[in-house]
Design a protein around this ligand. Structure first.
Ligand code: CTP
Length: 397
C-alpha cells in the first residue's frame, strides 16, 4: 500500500503517454497522492484533463503557468515528493537530466529534488541501442537514478524490438517496493530454493508434493526489493519469474542440488524454502508403464541427497536458513533439523494450521534461531512473512 506516499508522475512525449493514465490510476488505488507534470510534447498525445481528473490535482505543464491557485512552486513540489516516476520517459528527457538541463517544469523539478527518481523508458529500438543513450543511462544509474527496463515487442513505429514501455504492474510494483522497503540487503547475494521437486517414475509420471513455491518467490521478491542480488532455484511452479531475479528452473532434487552447489560460492545467505522430495524411484522406466502389463505396482524408492544438510557441512561464514514442514511436535522437530543441518535459523511451519501451508497465500510460523529462541509469527500474507524472515536474518551475526 502507498497510503500517505507522495509521488510526482512525470509524463513525456511518447505514444505510450496514454498508458500513464493507468499507472496514475493504480497508484491512486494504492492510496498514493500523485501530482502530474507533463512536458509540452506529452500534451500533444494525451490531454492534461485526463490526468487532472484522475489525480484530483491540477496538471502542471509549463514552468511559467503556475498561478496563485496552485499553491506549490516547482521547488516546493520537488521537496514535497517522496518519489518521482517518469513514465514514459523519452530519450530526450533522459538525455536532458543526464546533462543537468533544467528548461521545463519536469526537468527543473528533478534537478531540485532529493527524492528517488525512477525512469520507465519508451522509445524506438534504435534510440535504445544508441551509445549516446546508453552512456546517459549508465551515468544516471551510477548517480543512483533507477530504471525499469523497456520490453521487447511491437513498437509504435511498426518495428519489432526493445523499447516498449514496461508492463504497468511492473512499474507500479517497482514504485511500491522502492517506497516500502529500505535497501538493507544491498551488496548481499541471497540464494533461495523454492517450490517442489519432481522425481520421475516413467516418461509421464512423477512423485512430488503440494509446494507451490509461493513462500520462496515471496522471499526472492522482497530480498530483491531490499537491494539484494537474488538467485532463485525453483522446481515446477505456476508463478511468473520476476525481472532482475536470476531464476534457474529445475525438476529433480538432483538437479536442484547441482545448481545450488554451482551457485554456492556467490551466495552470502542461503534460504532453503523448497520442499525437496526425500525419495525418488530407484529406477526410471524408459517409456510409459502400461497398465495391462502391470498386475501389481511396486515402486522401489531410494533417498535423495539432503541438500541443506550438505550445505551445512560446507557452511563457512555463510548464513544458512532452512524451513521445517511438520505435522507434529513442531518446535522439537524443527530444532532438531536446525542442529543436524548446522543452520542459523529455521522457519517451522505447522502443515495442519488453518489457512496456512502449501498453496496458500498466507502462512503462520515459528522462527527458531541457533540459541533456541523461538519467535511466533501469526497468520499473515507470505510477502509479510518474507519481510519478517529477512529482518531476522539481518540480526544474525
Ligand atoms: N531439504 C533439502 N533436501 C532434502 C530435503 C529437505 O535441502 N532432500 C531442506 C528443505 O528445503 C528444508 C529443510 O531441509 O529447508 C527441512 O525439510 P523438511 O522436508 O521439513 O525435512 P526433512 O529434512 O526432509 O525431514 P522429514 O521429511 O523427515 O521431516
Amino acid at each position: 500500500m502507498l497510503k500517505g506516499k507522495k509521488i510526482i508522475l512525470g509524463i513525456t512525449g511518447s505514444i505510450a503517454a496514454y498508458k500513464a493514465a493507468e499507472i496514475l490510476s493504480l497508484l491512486k488505488k494504492k492510496g498514493a497522492d500523485v501530482f502530474v507534470i507533463m512536458t509540452e510534447p506529452a500534451t500533444k498525445f494525451v490531454q492534461p484533463l485526463t490526468f487532472s481528473t484522475l489525480s484530483g490535482h491540477p496538471v502542471i505543464t509549463n514552468l511559467f503557468s503556475l498561478n496563485d491557485q496552485i499553491e506549490i512552486k516547482h521547488v516546493s513540489l520537488s521537496q514535497w515528493a517522496d518519489l518521482i516516476l517518469i513514465a514514459p520517459a523519452t530519450a530526450n528527457i533522459i538525455g536532458k537530466i543526464a546533462h543537468g538541463i533544467a528548461d521545463d517544469m519536469l526537468t527543473t523539478t528533478v534537478m531540485a529534488s532529493k527524492s528517488k527518481v525512477i525512469f520507465a523508458p519508451a522509445m524506438n529500438k534504435n534510440m535504445i541501442s544508441n551509445p549516446i543513450y546508453q552512456e546517459n543511462v549508465k551515468k544516471l544509474v551510477a548517480l543512483g537514478y533507477e530504471f525499469i527496463d523497456s520490453e521487447y515487442g511491437l513498437l509504435a513505429c511498426g518495428e519489432v524490438g526493445e523499447g516498449r514501455l514496461a508492463d504497468i504492474k511492473e512499474i507500479v510494483d517497482k514504485v511500491d517496493h522502492t517506497l516500502l522497503f529500505k535497501k538493507d540487503y544491498k551488496n548481499k547475494t541471497v540464494l533461495i530454493t523454492a517450490s517442489c521437486t519432481r522425481e520421475p517414475i516413467d516418461k509421464v509420471r512423477f512423485i512430488s508434493n503440494y509446494s507451490s513455491g509461493k513462500m520462496g518467490f515471496a522471499l526472492a521478491d522482497v530480498a530483491q526489493a531490499r537491494g539484494a542480488r537474488v538467485i532463485l532455484i525453483t522446481g515446477p511452479t505456476c508463478l511468473p519469474t520476476v525481472k532482475g531475479i536470476d531464476t534457474i528452473l529445475i525438476n529433480t532434487a538432483e538437479e536442484m542440488k547441482n545448481e545450488v552447489f554451482k551457485c554456492f560460492k556467490k551466495a552470502d545467505i542461503i534460504i532453503s524454502a523448497a520442499a525437496v522430495a526425500d525419495f525418488r524411484p530407484k529406477e526410471i522406466f524408459s517409456g510409459k508403464i502400461k497398465k495391462e502389463e502391470t498386475k501389481k505396482m511396486v515402486i522401489e524408492l531410494e533417498k535423495t541427497s539432503d541438500i541443506l544438510y550438505e550445505l551445512g557441512k560446507k557452511k563457512g561464514n555463510k548464513i544458512l536458513v532452512g524451513f521445517a514442514a511438520e505435522t507434529e511436535n513442531l518446535v522439537h522437530n524443527a530444532s532438531k533439523k536446525l542442529k543436524e543441518k548446522n543452520l542459523d535459523l529455521i522457519i517451522a511451519n505447522d502443515l495442519l494450521a488453518k489457512g496456512a501451508g502449501f498453496g496458500s497465500d498466507k502462512n503462520t510460523a515459528k522462527i527458531i534461531d541457533n540459541k533456541g529462541i523461538v519467535r511466533e509469527l501469526p497468520l499473515m500474507p507470505k510477502t509479510d512473512m518474507a519481510e519478517k524472515i529477512l529482518d531476522e536474518i539481518l540480526k544474525i551475526n
